[in-house]
Design a protein around this ligand. Structure first.
Ligand code: SAM
Length: 361
């Protein structure tokens, strides 16, 4: 049994069952044994791959988005370019390469990486070691100085803990993790007030699961509040659903295959789909205007992935050409990442539509 499994077992024996949120929090963020604290999980040799790791085109197109936003807000002489949950730093590296093509912006940029993982912070420092920009690392957004902001966040929200509620015998209960012999198992916790569940789901059949994510709400509200008060915009990309739904989305990944979320705590990636309906409500409550969600495929098409792929293909070998075409399909196609991944932009209330969101509210 791993040290984290032993700790969680002792905790449940002493305190009783723990919420799914507390389980995820321990598995992902325990300072000594949490998944993100101890490893670099990205890429072929890791547990999962993300859009910036699939192709440089993703970060470059987001870089152009950031450059146009900077122009839209009047090209201020200082702007904080902030990435939250930056993985290996690949997205920021590609973003900064594309931004070099936008006259004047490199002199204005202060880059901020908000990251809690010491291992990934080192990877990011390595990725960005040759950048001419001033880069600062933070473990919390609160230490990023005031001033106009451009946020990028790819697959950050899905890495935050969620809560689950389960319907049983005509009531709703918090879903918890408990012990059955040596095994961690799901169980029923305290009964919750029905008001916690959206009205349309309250009378769902027994066994139904509803998820919410107060930690995601806090993260989104902090971003939205900064955008609304300091000016600028945020681009948030993640997999999830645009309308409230019932059902379980908590999942574990190990070596690119699904695993049991209660097996090997701290060893597997745990994620949940993002509820963009809730995210929108939270961001609006914090004073921002929310654009979208639109699909990732739509975003990348509108930002010019066809042109970027064509220019890369012009100098590519046969093998490289194949990789570029495959990566483009993975990022854009509906049966790959193009539809499941959604994108919202946040701006102050009075701002013009950011790039790629011109035709949506
Ligand atoms: C799924 S990875 C995505 C990495 C990267 N954005 C990409 O697309 O390749 C999630 C990232 O969020 C970071 N993270 C998790 N919880 C965090 C938190 N509370 N604050 C900041 N970063 C966090 C992880 O360490 C990791 O860098």
């Amino acid at each position: 049994m791993s040290q984290l499994a032993a700790q969680l077992r002792a905790r449940i024996e002493t305190e009783g069952p723990i919420s799914v949120e507390a389980w995820m929090n321990a598995c992902l963020a325990d300072p000594d044994h949490g998944y993100y604290m101890t490893r670099d999980p990205l890429g072929r040799a890791g547990d999962f791959t993300t859009a910036p790791e699939i192709s440089q085109m993703f970060g470059e197109l987001l870089g152009l988005w950031a450059g146009v936003v900077w122009q839209q807000i009047g090209g201020p002489s200082k702007v904080h370019l902030i990435e939250i949950g930056p993985g290996r730093g690949t997205l920021m590296k590609d973003t900064l390469r594309a931004l070099r093509g936008v006259p004047g912006v490199m002199d204005a940029l202060d880059v901020h990486m908000v990251e809690t993982s010491p291992t990934l912070t080192k990877a990011q420092q390595n990725s960005l070691k040759d950048t001419p920009c001033n880069v600062t690392w933070h473990t919390d957004l609160a230490t990023v100085p005031q001033g106009p902001v451009i946020f990028l966040a790819n697959e950050f929200l899905d890495a935050l803990p969620i809560r689950q509620y389960i319907r049983s015998d005509g009531g709703w209960y918090e879903r918890v993790v408990t012990l059955s012999g040596d095994q961690f198992v799901f169980g029923l916790g305290e009964r919750v007030d029905d008001s916690v569940i959206p009205e349309k789901f309250r009378a769902a059949s027994d066994g139904s699961i509803y998820e919410d994510a107060p930690i995601v709400q806090v993260a989104v509200q902090n971003i939205a509040h900064r955008v609304a008060s300091d000016g600028g915009a945020a681009l948030i990309v993640d997999y999830g659903y645009a309308e409230n739904v019932l059902g379980e989305t908590l999942q574990a990944l190990s070596k690119h295959a699904y695993a049991d979320p209660l097996d090997c705590p701290g060893e597997n990636d745990l994620t949940a789909h993002v509820n963009f309906a809730d995210v929108k409500v939270g961001a609006e409550a914090a004073g921002a205007r929310v654009w979208g969600p639109i699909e990732q495929g739509t975003l990348l098409e509108r930002l010019g992935i066809a042109a970027r792929a064509a220019s890369l293909l012009a100098n590519a070998t046969k093998d490289q050409a194949q990789d570029i075409a495959t990566a483009r399909r993975r990022l854009v196609d509906h049966d790959a990442m193009g539809r499941l991944f959604k994108v919202i932009a946040l701006t102050p209330l009075e701002s013009a539509a950011p790039p790629a969101f011109e035709t949506v509210r």
